[in-house]
Design a protein around this ligand. Structure first.
Ligand code: GUN
Ligand code: ZN
Length: 430
């Protein structure tokens, strides 16, 4: 088995930072060595104390090596609806997104776009993604196939939707059950792949389809569940009108057994105290999608309030309601969303969030999200001087916090020098 040493400045969080001076929450090694064998991290330490033996040494100094970024919510068939002119969520879905997703009935298009989608993720330093496919089983099949070929960690699922959408995008309760079950049997738990049961949102699923999602969820407790919740006011009103028996939007999902610790709830913006408590009770995971929430004018995610209620929040791009594949740009916009509410996002928290924190929200922190020995060697190499403007800012940087904050506020794919998937360079490789 080949052994590789990566020499660089290393940064890895071991728990969520509790305050801006919480330097105990991470390991930072100025001249570090990361020893990689068989796609796993064997050791992390000082370069000077490592016996490199005959191993290949890749020198990334002066750049910063961190665990690869984890994107917990985005849409595979929406790469070509980014930057579509729409008033708000429901117009954007009906006018641009649904028509675009109908193209994914073509398996050949799905295969081509799957490769391009994963290229975009690696360009931006994202090594694990949780993605919605389209309603077509072939779209999930294509994405699994491409991720498998690249040995990338990926969670996806075919969208279940049987109403309030164009005919060509509607399945039925029965076909959505059968196709999801077949994809689970074929892909879930296969190497680095996992399945997410994916009822799109309450508006596009009939009660019969929600029952089908419930049956899948009961039969597969280790599959993730992903859906959208409480993104904007018109959506909430329509969802509640369609499910008049439910106490509120959150209760629709609760009634069908869709709230549990591995449920990912995109947006979760306009929640009542009752809804927050119900989500906390289930340990379900709200997913903050800042670039999308600002772009569609959906609202401000209340991170502090959810966390005070005991919830663990994830953060994500939500391509293509979201406007950037970059988890750095996602942090930049997230910072501003929280600023508007008198909340702050310190760079330690920010970089923990897009690595270990998101991995923990997915239940994968033992495998990804840190540089701890035994972790999978998914890495990102970052250059905080990647653009002239960043380099100029960095002339006045005082230490790690300023460097991280420059990346957080000004960074994007240009700051990603390389992305490693299980120890192999992947940026620009395909
Ligand atoms: N709600 C239901 N579907 C979608 C989607 O594709 N994007 C966003 N942002 N919200 C949704
Ligand atoms: Zn979404």
């Amino acid at each position: 088995m080949s052994r590789t040493i990566i020499r660089a400045r290393l940064l890895s969080f071991s728990r969520a930072p509790e305050h801006p001076d919480d330097t105990e929450s991470f390991h930072y090694i100025e001249d570090g060595a990361l020893e990689i064998e068989g796609g796993l991290i064997r050791s992390m330490g000082e370069f000077s104390t490592l016996d490199a033996g005959g191993a290949e040494v890749i020198d990334h100094r002066p750049h910063l090596v961190m665990p690869g970024f984890v994107d917990t919510h985005l849409h595979f068939p929406q790469t070509q609806v980014i930057a579509s002119w729409a008033a708000e969520l429901l117009d954007w879905l009906n006018d641009y997104t649904f028509p675009e997703e109908t193209r994914y009935a073509d398996p050949e298009l799905c295969a081509q776009m799957a490769a391009r989608f994963l290229d975009r993720l690696t360009d931006h330093g994202t090594t694990t993604a949780v993605a919605y496919a389209s309603v077509h089983a072939a779209s999930a099949e294509a994405l699994f196939t491409e991720a498998h070929a690249r040995n990338m960690r990926l969670i996806t699922g075919k969208v279940m939707m049987d109403r309030n959408a164009p005919e060509a995008l509607c399945d039925t309760a029965q076909t959505s059950f059968d196709e999801s079950a077949a994809l689970i049997a074929r892909w879930h738990g296969r190497e680095r792949l996992g399945y997410a049961i994916t009822p799109r949102f309450a508006i596009t699923s009939s009660p019969a389809q929600m029952e089908a999602a419930q049956a899948l969820a009961q039969a597969h407790p280790d599959c993730h569940i992903q859906t959208h919740l409480s993104e904007n006011h018109a959506e909430i009103a329509l969802a509640c009108q369609l499910y008049p028996q439910a106490k509120d939007y959150t209760d629709i999902y609760a009634r069908y057994g869709l709230l549990r610790a591995n449920s990912l709830l995109g947006h979760a913006i306009h929640l009542s105290d009752r809804e927050r408590a119900a989500l906390a009770e289930a340990d379900a995971k709200p997913v903050f999608c800042p670039t999308s929430n600002l772009y569609l004018g959906s609202g401000l995610f209340d991170d502090a309030r959810l966390r005070a209620g005991g919830l663990t929040n994830a953060i994500a791009t939500d391509i293509g309601g979201g406007t950037s594949y970059s988890m750095l740009q996602t942090l930049a916009e997230g910072y501003k969303v929280l600023q508007l509410q008198g909340q702050r996002m310190h760079p330690y928290r920010a970089f923990d969030w897009i690595t270990r924190g998101n991995a923990e929200a997915l239940g994968l922190a033992a495998r990804i999200g840190t540089l701890e020995p035994g972790s999978e060697a998914d890495l990102v190499v970052l250059d905080a001087r990647a653009t002239p403007a960043m380099a100029q800012r960095m002339e006045r940087a005082r230490g790690l916090v300023d460097e991280l904050f420059t990346l957080q506020v000004m960074g994007d794919d240009r700051a990603v020098v390389q992305t490693y998937i299980t120890g192999t360079p992947a940026k620009g490789a395909h």
